[in-house]
Design a protein around this ligand. Sequence first.
Ligand SMILES: Cc1c(Cl)c([N+](=O)[O-])nn1CC(=O)Nc1ccc(S(N)(=O)=O)cc1
Ligand SMILES: [Zn+2]
Length: 261
Amino acid sequence: NCPPDSLHHLPVHPLWQSPLTIPGGTRQSPINIQWRDSVYDPFLKPLKISYDPATCLHIWNNGYSFLVEFDDSTDRSIIDGGPLENQYRLKQFHFHWGAINDWGSEHTVDCKFYPAELHLVHWNAVVYPTFEEAVMEGDGLAVIGVFLKLGARHEGLQTLVDALPAVKHKDTVIEFDVFDPSCLMPSCPDYWTYAGSLTTPPLTESVTWIIKKQPIEVDEDQLEAFRMLLFTSDGEEEKRMVDNFRPLQPLMNRTVRSSFQ
Ligand SMILES: Cc1c(Cl)c([N+](=O)[O-])nn1CC(=O)Nc1ccc(S(N)(=O)=O)cc1
Ligand SMILES: [Zn+2]
């Protein structure tokens, strides 16, 4: 596991001040991905992603992150293949980020944080009738994690960044009716995968994590746009929405598989 961080004392969001661990949790997320301990699995298939931009509905500041939500009443935006036995429907995507560029991601690679991490949340609508039920099942959800690193401006992300001032406060929503999240995928198909959980309450152990090896690049202004969002509602004392990531969880009896050698 990762040495205690000597340079900075990582911030702990109030949500995590109480030891919010699931009693008997054996597959909690996020985790550190130790590259050399991951095991290449030649039977892992390429991940197939097919999103319909017209299924995009709105952006919502839920007081912990901002979510871009999708119409998941049909199979128009789905992923398939990879480690998955069924196709899974896209419900929403959101991000986790830090107050500064030294940290912000939920997963780490060889104990290295990225400044932010994108999560695309999908559910197994082949087997379960609703998202609510899928959230409670071991094979109910599939979340694609994409690391964000500081670099060139990301043109696809900019349309989303331009809309953020309209959802500055908790519980604000704006219509966002055409967006193709495929533009946020890195070009390299390589990924790690492991059995984990939601990283915020209810922390249910229902997630097949698919973590892309290659980060996408975003620039400082785009990260700053995330940091100007607020955890707080309009009229409350302002608290900047930053450091909304859960502390690393023990790997326990799990192996991280890689789709690449
Ligand atoms: C529990 C639940 C239900 Cl049921 C519904 N619903 O609409 O029916 N919404 N939520 C909330 C939800 O999705 N949380 C969630 C938490 C962490 C993550 S993360 N970071 O990707 O692990 C993804 C999602
Ligand atoms: Zn998340």
